[in-house]
Design a protein around this ligand. Structure first.
Ligand code: DGL
Length: 284
């Protein structure tokens, strides 16, 4: 059952309001999953939209980066891991905050588990419907640009446009370093985004889809190093709206929900990441 507040079975004592015997409800549980910490770009929008939800953020950092994984092996890993996470955390909603995973494993997850999954896939549709020049680029991992799913999105929404697919092997790692407060060079970022920028006479790229959830954390650097201004399309707000459609809005006056961050490597977060997690009320 998915709703704004979820009835708790009688044996689930210890949850909000249950001990008093008054309100047999507990907060909505949302699990947000990514290969690393980039999915926090999605988690922060969900936290803003549903501050009362109990949020579990899972970084499969033992498997990071997903970009270069072979498809069958990555599917097996994520489907098995999702099963363990569902058993442990019993989420009402499971958000795959990773394009590299979503464009591959959503059908397998949905056919294996009855939990509701929300995926993150390249925002080609909004880019295609708003471009003025007819030239858009999709910036993603090499895995995402190779996926049949991504090519099907282009065929469906952007077959009349010039679409440039740019697979980066380095940006997710650069984003992770930046999120931990480590220095990264603008020149390295510039080299990765450069192929997104194309020109034909007076026409040039005007939309770049951020098709990896790590990339919104590099937006300042993208803007500084871009050869010309473009719209950078981040799907995170749309994903949060979808989450609210499925679980309902926050209850007026409800307290800020608890949250935790789980790292599959078992490594404790360090540096500025600790503050980033704290800002989302996620304790490690
Ligand atoms: N955050 C992931 C995505 O949205 C990918 C990062 C990785 O390479 O693991 O695609």
């Amino acid at each position: 059952m998915i709703d704004g507040e979820i009835a708790v079975p009688s044996r689930s004592s210890g949850l909000d309001g249950w001990e008093s015997g008054l309100a047999p409800h507990r907060p909505t549980r949302i699990l947000v999953f990514d290969s690393g910490i980039g999915g926090l770009s999605v988690a922060r929008e969900i936290r803003a939209a549903r501050p009362d939800a109990e949020l579990t953020y899972v970084a499969d950092d033992a498997g990071f980066p997903y970009g270069a994984w072979e498809e069958a092996a990555l599917t097996t890993r994520i489907v098995a891991l999702a099963g363990e996470l569902i058993a442990t955390h019993a989420p009402d909603l499971f958000v795959i905050a990773c394009n590299t995973a979503s464009t591959l494993v959503l059908p397998s997850l949905r056919s294996t588990y009855s939990t509701t999954f929300v995926g993150t896939v390249p925002a080609i549709k909004p880019a295609a419907s708003t471009t003025r020049s007819g030239m858009i680029s999709v910036l993603a991992t090499v895995g995402t640009v190779a996926r049949d799913y991504t090519h099907a999105l282009i065929d469906t929404y952007a077959s009349h446009l010039e679409v440039t697919l740019v697979g980066s092997t380095r940006l997710a790692g650069l984003a992770e370093a930046h999120m931990r407060g480590l220095p990264i060079a603008d020149a390295d970022v510039a080299a990765e985004i450069r192929p997104c920028f194309r020109k034909h006479g007076a026409r040039r790229t005007d939309r770049v889809v951020l098709a990896c959830t790590h990339y919104p954390f590099l937006l300042d650097s993208f803007r500084r190093t871009a050869p010309w201004p473009v719209e950078w399309i981040d799907p995170a707000p749309a994903i949060a709206r979808r989450v609210v459609q499925l679980v309902g809005p926050a209850r007026a006056g409800s307290a800020c929900g608890r949250g935790r961050a789980v790292f599959t490597s078992g490594t404790a977060p360090s540096g500025e990441l600790v503050e980033l997690l704290a800002a989302l009320s996620l304790s490690a």
